[in-house]
Design a protein around this ligand. Structure first.
Ligand code: NOJ
Length: 745
């Protein structure tokens, strides 16, 4: 009997092999239904079970019995093929496993952390990075990645900001869609395609106080206007899977949040992909105090719309009984299994269960080149007094200092399970290799690692600085200081790094500070002490060569801040797209040291600002300098009275008025001046990277559909509200030429 069923399935599989590419067709639906009709409830619950094995033999036993639908964290290609063979050839129905892994910003060739990729404002390079990650990971049999993370993240205390595309809704949407396209390629059933996973659904980035896993309190309107749009964009980009988040929002853990998982995702957005829990987030609902035990957690999860459970095994252990008791319907189970099987068919796993991609793709030359380009474009020039950078021929001796100058592991950043330090090129190595014949280099670490408080080496670093024409000091964060569960309350540079910078500055030598970190740090004093500052969110494998070429002027920096930089930790969260208070701060507000002793209660403005930090950030969103100078002029609106079906056609003249060829990220922001609810003071609506040779000009145009101005208003409907708007086109969220227009009925 057993053999017969297996034979039938093999026949079905070979028939599938001859079919057209799987693209969500009715063909796939009938295959799903046919397979589903052969499954026992145990096998169905097996498909809904994802395991991260500690013991291969134990896993093999479970796979053989049909108790596992997916695995994560096996990356040895022989083991992947071996376990897949057991699923395909030894389980009753021969259903292949989906092999998953957190491939977050590269598999072997590591690209900048997602926050750095966002700083490129270049969806093409982001898509290319994801494609490369998929090619490399699929060579080890990984066909599902838990990326992109598109949590709008407005609080740098939250360590996972490193893994996001920053604070802006639109930027997260664009970059998330680019990653999805890259991972999934042209068709999921290409053996080099990886199913993407939009996570964490939803509002995880709003963790109270920036402490990871913490509760969120995001009302539905803000959820819909700020946190959900990147996920909607993921659905539109064809994202194969979604992951629920760890947080409870307004008291409801996401893994049991029927409103987001069913009402929004399935009913409103018509999503037919697969939903997985986060790691044990089903069982963790017991800790939340939302479920009594694992059985309750399993029931609440599947009834809310979850399809697959990651590792906590509450589904497989309990749901048979829940169905018998009528607490979960068979239809609910069948729908979940349908979503899982559909994905397996779409991935072509029935035709190609085993590894096809050649092993040799890892660290391919073109992959390293793309990683270098991404790293170059992700670096942000925050300050450049007296044209300290780029280093010119006049510079004969350079002192290279600081704990991040030669820290291959740290510069890869968080969420790197598979990248190897041996393949990582540090700034020190790159400068030696690429420019060592042009300048004398003196290398003195000063500190051993970013948290190092032992100041004994600082004197040597200062001595090196005295002997050099320029000092380049690499500071920042080790990779362990950002990422999951790595929240911080203090955003200052760790260890004695500030002291190192201060000591170097006291030599009077031109000081270039390069910061490599997983988040925006509070660096007011260090910026003040430095002549030039480059910010590089952990740049990955090729960070060294990218930074070397920027320092020596072969590459002109073009990165822009994807997050607002606070002046002090207590100023967080601080983000550009905030609503206005009834008492916005004046730039002239008196700050703490200017307030007279025994000042009267109302002498300090009665405005919305911090007495010590003021209200403006250290660097605004969208900010970044260039070695050249860009001039904006002649902003023109084709029409200033528009209806909902029109487009806002706007153009501006952009001139490269400096001496270097360069790239500017031209940004378009809009403000809806009066709404049925208060609206953000500015929202990014479009951007373009424009490359101009020195002296060259270009007319840059945007054609923004008026429908892009829609939002969820007072009555919780989505639409454009007629009225007055202002737009800005410029170099950052804080500057730009502006024009007014109105939307009429
Ligand atoms: C927990 C993390 O929150 C999630 O992002 C990740 O994909 C899973 N663990 C799997 O490792």
């Amino acid at each position: 009997m057993k053999k017969k069923v297996f034979y039938t399935v093999l026949l079905a599989a070979s028939f599938i092999g001859c079919s057209q590419p799987n693209n969500g067709s009715s063909d796939i639906e009938s295959k799903v239904d046919s397979l589903l009709s052969q499954m026992t409830i145990e096998e169905k619950l097996g498909q809904m079970n994802q395991l991260s094995p500690w013991d291969f033999d134990d896993l093999a036993k479970k796979v053989r019995k049909g108790e596992v639908g997916s695995i994560l964290n096996i990356v040895n290609p022989d083991e992947v093929n071996k376990i897949q063979k057991i699923a395909v050839e030894e389980s009753r129905l021969g259903i292949p496993l989906i092999v998953a892994r957190d491939v977050i910003h590269g598999y072997k060739t590591i690209f900048p952390i997602p926050l750095g990729q966002a700083a490129t404002f270049n969806p093409q390079i982001v898509e290319e990075g994801a494609r490369i990650a998929a090619i490399e990971a699929s060579s080890d049999g990984i066909r599902w990645t838990f990326s992109p993370m598109i949590d709008v993240a407005r609080d740098p205390r939250w360590g996972r900001i490193a893994e996001s595309c920053g604070e802006d809704t639109y930027l997260n949407a664009v970059m998330g869609a680019a990653m999805i396209k890259g991972y999934q390629g042209d068709s999921l059933n290409d053996p080099t395609a990886m199913a993407a996973c939009a996570k964490h659904f939803v509002a995880y980035g709003a963790a109270e106080g920036g402490r990871d896993y913490n509760s969120t309190f995001i009302p539905e309107r803000v959820l819909r206007n700020v946190y959900l749009p990147p996920f909607k964009a993921a659905v539109d980009a064809g994202c194969a899977t979604f992951m629920t988040s760890f947080n409870d929002n307004d008291g409801v853990p996401s893994t049991a949040n029927k409103f987001v998982l069913k009402d929004v995702l399935r009913d409103e957005w018509k999503y037919d992909g697969m939903v997985v829990t986060d790691w044990a987030s089903a069982l963790e609902m017991v800790n939340h105090g939302f479920c009594t035990d694992g059985k309750d957690a399993a029931e609440k999860s599947v009834n809310a719309g979850v399809d697959m459970e990651m590792v906590s095994e509450t589904f497989i252990k309990n749901l048979k009984q829940s169905v018998a008791e009528g607490k979960v319907s068979m239809e609910t189970i069948d729908n979940a299994v349908r979503n899982i099987l559909r994905l397996k068919f779409r991935l072509g796993l029935f035709e190609n269960p085993y590894i096809v991609t050649p092993q040799s793709v890892k660290y391919a030359e073109e992959h390293l080149l793309a990683a270098k380009t991404a790293a170059e474009q992700s670096v942000i020039l925050l300050k450049n007094d007296a044209q300290t950078l780029p280093l010119t021929d006049k510079v004969k001796t350079v002192a290279i200092v600081g704990p991040m100058a030669d820290a291959p592991y740290e510069q890869m950043g968080t969420w790197v399970f598979d990248g190897e330090r041996e393949h990582t090129q540090t700034p020190l190595k790159a400068i030696k290799d690429m420019y060592g014949d042009k300048v004398n280099l003196i290398f003195e670490l000063g500190l051993a690692y970013s948290r190092d408080k032992n100041v004994a080496g600082i004197a040597k670093a200062v001595n090196a600085a005295r002997r050099a024409d320029v000092v380049v000091c690499f500071v920042g964060e080790e990779s362990i200081l950002s990422g999951e569960a790595h929240s911080l309350a203090n955003l200052d540079l760790q260890g004695a790094q500030s002291q190192l910078i201060k000591s170097l500055a006291s030599t009077g030598k031109p000081l270039v500070t390069v910061i490599m970190a997983g988040r925006q740090l509070t660096i007011s004093d260090e910026v003040e002490a430095s002549d030039a500052v480059l910010y590089s969110f952990h740049p990955g494998t090729m960070g060294g060569p990218a930074i070397a070429d920027i320092l020596f002027g072969k590459v002109n920096p073009s990165g822009k801040t994807p997050v607002t930089f606070p002046r002090m930790s207590g100023q967080t969260p601080v983000y550009y797209a905030h609503n206005n208070t009834g008492r916005p701060a004046n730039p002239t507000e008196m700050l703490i040291d200017e307030i007279p002793v025994e000042a009267g209660q109302t002498s300090v403005g009665c405005r919305s600002f911090y007495l010590d930090a003021g209200n403006s950030p250290l660097f605004p969103f969208g900010y970044g300098l260039s070695y050249t100078r860009f001039e904006y002029s002649d902003l023109r609106l084709a029409a200033d009275k528009l209806t909902e079906v029109d487009k806002v056609n706007v153009s501006v003249n952009l001139k490269n008025a400096g001496n270097y060829d360069g790239t500017e990220v031209v940004q378009l922001y809009v403000q809806d001046k009066v709404g049925s609810v208060t609206r953000p003071v500015k929202e990014l609506k479009a951007f373009k990277r424009v490359e101009l040779k020195a002296g060259e000009s270009e007319t840059v145009t945007f054609s923004l559909p008026v429908s892009d101005l829609a939002f969820w208003g007072y009555d919780m409907t989505f639409g454009v509200e007629p009225g007055d708007f202002r737009l800005w086109v410029g170099t950052s969220s804080a500057e730009g030429l502006s024009a007014d227009f109105s939307v009429i009925k």
